[in-house]
Write a protein that binds this ligand. Sequence first.
Ligand SMILES: Cc1cc2nc3c(=O)[nH]c(=O)nc-3n(C[C@H](O)[C@H](O)[C@H](O)COP(=O)(O)OP(=O)(O)OC[C@H]3O[C@@H](n4cnc5c(N)ncnc54)[C@H](O)[C@@H]3O)c2cc1C
Length: 440
Amino acid sequence: MLLSIKANEVLPIFIFDKEILFELKSDDKRVDYIFKKVIQLKDELKKYSLDLAIFYADVIDVFKYLKSKAYDEVYASVDYDNYAKKRDEEVSKIINFIPLYDCYIYEPREILKKDSSPYVVFSPYYKEAKQVYTKEHSLKYELETNKLSSFEFFDYINEFKENKLVQKTLSIDTIGFKQNSIKYEPPLKKLKKLKSKLIRYKDLRDYLNEDATSNLSVDLRFGTISIRSILRELITLKKQGFDTEAFFRQLVFRDFYASLLYHFPKLHTQDFRSYAPYSFNKDYYEKFISAKTGVPIIDAGVSELLTTGYMHNRVRMIVASFFCKHLMLPWQKGEAFFAKHLMDYDAASNILSWQWSSSTGIDAQPYFRVFNPYLQAKKFDKDALYIKKHLKALSNVNAKDIHDEDFLFSNTIKEYTKPIIKHKLAREHFLSESKKFLNN
Ligand SMILES: Cc1cc2nc3c(=O)[nH]c(=O)nc-3n(C[C@H](O)[C@H](O)[C@H](O)COP(=O)(O)OP(=O)(O)OC[C@H]3O[C@@H](n4cnc5c(N)ncnc54)[C@H](O)[C@@H]3O)c2cc1C
């Protein structure tokens, strides 16, 4: 969301960036979600005698236009992925650009080591983050009473054709996307539920059928909830005696990943270190992305992602490990697959988590730890309820058999494929290839 200022008048604007939308399919759930939220925001702004001008354009064209209309400053909450950083640099060449660090708890340069270099290990980062934390980090913004600048075309989507502004119907079709019927739980409702979730969060967040996590990642991603309002809720709950530490730690994890991408932009595509000769096997990849590996927890996770746009954190860890270590596929391909489908897709969290899983990142999982997908499933989805929910073909198979690799190899299950890989052999192969690679 952006705000332009012209002689004490403000013009709140939202840009559907053509460069980003160009790469997405017309049924992308995220665009539908954002579109609905933008319309909601427009309505809310009207309650304060404001409004929202909506553009469907190249960002640069919008600011050239606004500059020509005498707007002189733009305020925007900034993000740290490479595209966003480059875009903001370009915008600041046109108009005075004032970044607001409001996506995360901390500013990227706020938590540094004594020698001013960035932390590369989470534990000391977290320790310092708690030291640095003050009341300011959870402050509520004062409401300003600036006057809305006049703009003719509030009730349209504004596009540029041959350098001229043209108005189109205010509808998602105009930007080439489709509505879907998914009902999204309002973020404030999720925030209210935090109280009951926190009691179980620390012990049960990894269990797939416990619904013990907040589901706030999508809202944090799109700014439909402020990180500061979550912090205020945590402060209230802490005063009431709730243990908020485990949840706060995860929020700081999100900041840690963002700060790593900010300080080490090369991590976008490159390994911090490398452990194995990853290579692209098209057959494995196709089976993975179509939930046909024959390993139930993997296929259930991918199926959850394809149908809902979400995947439980524990499953993301198991799936990413399987992709990189059992199938030995390059993490970049898995990252891109998640990026295409995750509702909460966030470059920093996704890239750094994939690098953690493939053991190629900063502060990553040691390369010799290879999750056993069957043991993980047995522990976190004991009765296979999660697996059965997302893989209808297994709905009548006993949980015991679902968690038994030998059973899956030696029996034919209607409409379900046999495993494409054996855990023990895949693990040994990965470890021996890694050792060869490291010795070279
Ligand atoms: C391979 C992989 C890819 C991932 N990709 C993304 C992604 O694109 N976007 C994303 O937001 N998260 C990503 N995560 C982190 C995590 O899976 C999600 O944040 C979490 O599942 C969201 O559910 P929740 O809101 O219920 O989380 P909760 O457990 O309720 O946590 C609260 C908030 O803390 C943050 N958080 C929690 N766990 C992590 C974590 N491990 N790393 C960073 N932040 C965390 C999230 O903002 C989350 O909303 C990824 C994890 C893995 C292993």
